[in-house]
Ligand binder design. Structure first.
Ligand SMILES: Nc1ncnc2c1ncn2[C@@H]1O[C@H](COP(=O)(O)OP(=O)(O)OP(=O)(O)O)[C@@H](O)[C@H]1O
Ligand SMILES: [Mn+2]
Length: 269
């Protein structure tokens, strides 16, 4: 029986670089003598990698994860557009179990890397808001599916392009979107009408804001309504990004520059 390495080895033949996603120390060390550059993509650099791309979110969808890692490696100059790259990651829980061969030039800027790195707000703030939206998507309010709209960054301009729907419970408080209390609070809110406005540093500036961007030129997928329309519109007119939890289909979507950039299913987290 021909050697499986020969049959499957073609996947890594003549690659120009290797991306290791969240490798263990020993696994990373085994690449010490690799003939091509090794780039580690992980939440934090626990293996003291020579080339590292920080992954702000543990993307459940492998394509989003690889897309983010590749765009980060291109952005850092670890990989060139004409390169062929082997990406080693895990499809199932636990250790690396999959190698995917990708052409770097097939990663037209999907925007998923820029969503975190090219935003006014810190990547960690964007990540915290995703986590709140995913948590709300999984648990809802008292078990009921809810929707929510978070506008992140460029808060001054966003406040000028919106008006209050109700009193602002965050007026005199300093609550950071990453504070554990936020999840508890959101479950207690009677309703999540309007938008939460979050500052570049992650402070919740306001709740219950009605966004008033001009609607022309907003092109969002069919079936999405006013909440998503407002999210796309405000991100076109400001440097904010929006993270939207849909009450209708339960998905979490991210908008930047008026475009839908990312769609996550909370059930996969
Ligand atoms: N311009 C806006 N600014 C802030 N919040 C808005 C705006 N428009 C709608 N919303 C909020 O979105 C909620 C749902 O509205 P709608 O169903 O039209 O949006 P949608 O895009 O279909 O969202 P979902 O997928 O959650 O149903 C409204 O009750 C309101 O709280
Ligand atoms: Mn709706």
């Amino acid at each position: 029986m021909s050697d499986l390495r020969d049959l499957l080895g073609g996947i890594v033949d003549d690659v120009d670089a290797i991306l290791l996603f969240s490798p263990s120390g020993t696994y990373h060390e085994s690449f010490a003598d690799a003939e091509v550059p090794v780039i580690v993509v992980a939440g934090e650099d626990t293996v003291d990698a020579e080339r590292f791309v920080e992954l702000p979110l543990a993307f459940a969808d492998v394509r989003d994860r690889i897309r983010f890692g590749m765009e980060g490696a291109l952005d850092a100059g670890f990989v060139e557009e004409e390169h062929v790259v082997a990406c080693a990651t895990n499809v199932f829980e636990g250790a690396i179990d999959t190698v995917t061969r990708v052409n770097a030039d097939s990663f037209s800027r999907s925007g998923v890397y820029d969503l975190f790195v090219e935003s006014r707000a810190d990547p960690s703030v964007i990540r915290d808001v995703f986590e709140v939206a995913v948590e709300l998507g999984k648990k809802g309010q008292k078990g009921k599916q809810v929707g929510a709209l978070f506008v992140v960054g460029d808060a001054g301009k966003v406040m000028n392009k919106s008006r209050p729907l109700s009193y602002n419970p965050f007026e005199k408080s300093h609550v950071h979107v990453g504070d554990p209390i936020v999840n508890v609070m959101l479950k207690e809110f009677s309703r999540l009408d309007g938008a939460f406005v979050v500052s570049d540093s992650g402070k919740i500036v306001s709740a219950y804001r009605y966004l008033e961007p001009s609607a022309e030129g907003t092109d969002i997928p069919k079936g999405l309504g006013a909440r998503h329309m407002a999210a796309a519109g405000i991100t076109r007119e400001t440097n904010a990004v929006c993270i939207v939890l849909s009450e209708s289909d339960g998905l979490v979507r991210a908008f930047q520059g008026g475009d839908l950039i990312l769609e996550l299913d909370p059930e996969e987290y």
